[in-house]
Design a protein around this ligand. Structure first.
Ligand SMILES: Cc1cc2nc3c(=O)[nH]c(=O)nc-3n(C[C@H](O)[C@H](O)[C@H](O)COP(=O)(O)OP(=O)(O)OC[C@H]3O[C@@H](n4cnc5c(N)ncnc54)[C@H](O)[C@@H]3O)c2cc1C
Length: 372
């Protein structure tokens, strides 16, 4: 069968959060944009479903404003373990708990509103000299964007694979019908696992488990966390358990020629950071700016800046996952210095620069770590 030839300015592979955000941002810069996904609308995905305040801000720049009918605002993050707990509110703004399908609907609606052309159930098979090859079409374009997730085919085809760092864990999530009991995202630290609880409506929460063990199930992990087990006791689960891998990885370059990568395809942090979506939205805004400047080196520099701290946080959090004594010591130290934890959270969501922790903060935390 002869393939039809179509023209556009920007072609995006993958209509997940990163792809759609990039599509909207590129349209806002005046480009003609096409985007294709092999899945069907609306796309669900294993996720903790917590969007940090910096992600909410980036979404707003794209014209997507979350309302109370879409999402539930949360004020901060709390870590809980058997021995200690510590929490803090964000210094400004709120995060939002939002079902992935709702987020997807909102992004698609905005993309359609600004004139993005979307193709569902359309796998992108290969890159060709001046564009991409689909099942029935050749799309000629100026730019190809790989927003095709962790196992990015575009990254591989463009020769951009070659991890600087690669660390893999496993995640599962399930929703429960129970009124949220807190206005924070709660992170329960269990033996070799963590469970995130995110409020997603006035009567439901999302519980997502991360660990190194691909066999570990939510039910087993919850049964070892009496506080959480008590909260969820009798609450019917409203979705089936769904799994995915979570990867901390970075690649030396996020572009080559007229091809650029965004979202998980371009590098990712562990789910424990709760930052994947925020990073994708921030990258999307910078990538569109780089396309408008005809300068992907600008995007590379912005990408490095956006990823630097979350990558460090991701590696730090993973380093403290094991051994247990180290994690407990760190949690005790933070619980004894809640002001330092507040500052760390503010740095994590980009509200203050890392230098704001200051030498005093580092020494105080170090002292608590050694003496508690
Ligand atoms: C357990 C877990 C919990 C998490 N919790 C959070 C959280 O609370 N907060 C947060 O911010 N982040 C969280 N994340 C991370 C977040 O889910 C990801 O960072 C985010 O989904 C990345 O979006 P993306 O668009 O880059 O990739 P994806 O969401 O993977 O989208 C990629 C899209 O590309 C499509 N595609 C792939 N190949 C092709 C092809 N050849 N042709 C056409 N289409 C293609 C796929 O169908 C898919 O729709 C979590 C992740 C996990 C695993």
């Amino acid at each position: 069968m002869k393939q039809e030839i179509v023209d556009t300015d920007v072609f995006i592979v993958g209509a997940g959060p990163a792809g759609l955000a990039t599509a909207i941002a590129a349209r806002q810069k005046g480009f003609r944009v096409m985007i294709a996904d092999y899945d069907r609308f609306p796309i669900d995905k294993t996720c903790g479903e917590g969007l940090m305040p910096d992600g909410v801000l980036a979404l707003r720049r794209l014209g997507v404003v979350l309302g109370p009918e879409d999402a539930v605002a949360f004020r901060g993050v709390r870590f809980l373990a058997k021995e200690a707990s510590v929490g803090a509110a964000f210094p400004q703004g709120s995060g939002f708990g939002i079902r992935r399908t709702t987020l997807h609907r909102l992004l698609v609606a905005r993309a359609e509103q600004v004139g993005v052309s979307i193709l569902w159930r359309t796998p992108v098979l290969s890159l060709v000299a001046d564009g991409v090859s689909l099942d029935r079409q050749i799309v000629r374009c100026q730019w190809v964007i790989g927003a095709d997730g962790l196992k990015s085919r575009v990254r591989q085809l463009a020769g951009l694979d070659g991890h600087r760092y690669h660390y893999r864990r496993f995640g599962v999530r399930r929703h429960f019908k129970v009124a949220p009991w807190t206005d924070h995202v709660e992170v329960y630290l269990g033996k070799d696992c963590q469970i995130f609880v995110t409020p997603i409506s006035s009567e439901a929460i999302c519980a997502s488990l991360t660990s190194r063990d691909p066999q570990l199930r939510l039910e087993d992990a919850v049964s070892h966390l009496p506080d959480l087990a008590g909260r969820l006791h009798g609450a019917p689960s409203i979705t089936a358990e769904r799994g995915a891998i979570t990867v901390t990885h970075s690649i030396p370059s996020v572009w080559r020629g007229r091809i650029a990568l965004v979202g998980d395809a371009s590098g990712s942090v562990d789910a424990l950071t709760g930052k994947g979506l925020s990073l994708a939205f921030q990258q999307a805004v910078c990538l569109a700016e780089a396309l408008a400047k005809n300068n992907l080196e600008f995007y590379q520099a912005a990408h490095r800046r956006i990823m630097r701290l979350p990558m460090l946080m991701s590696r730090l959090m993973l380093a403290m996952e094991r051994p247990e004594w180290l994690r407990n010591r760190a949690l005790h130290a933070l619980a004894s210095e809640p002001a330092v934890f507040s500052r760390l959270l503010a740095i994590h969501v980009g509200a203050i620069p890392p230098a704001a922790l200051g030498l005093k903060g580092i020494f105080t935390l170090g002292w608590q770590f050694l003496t508690v």
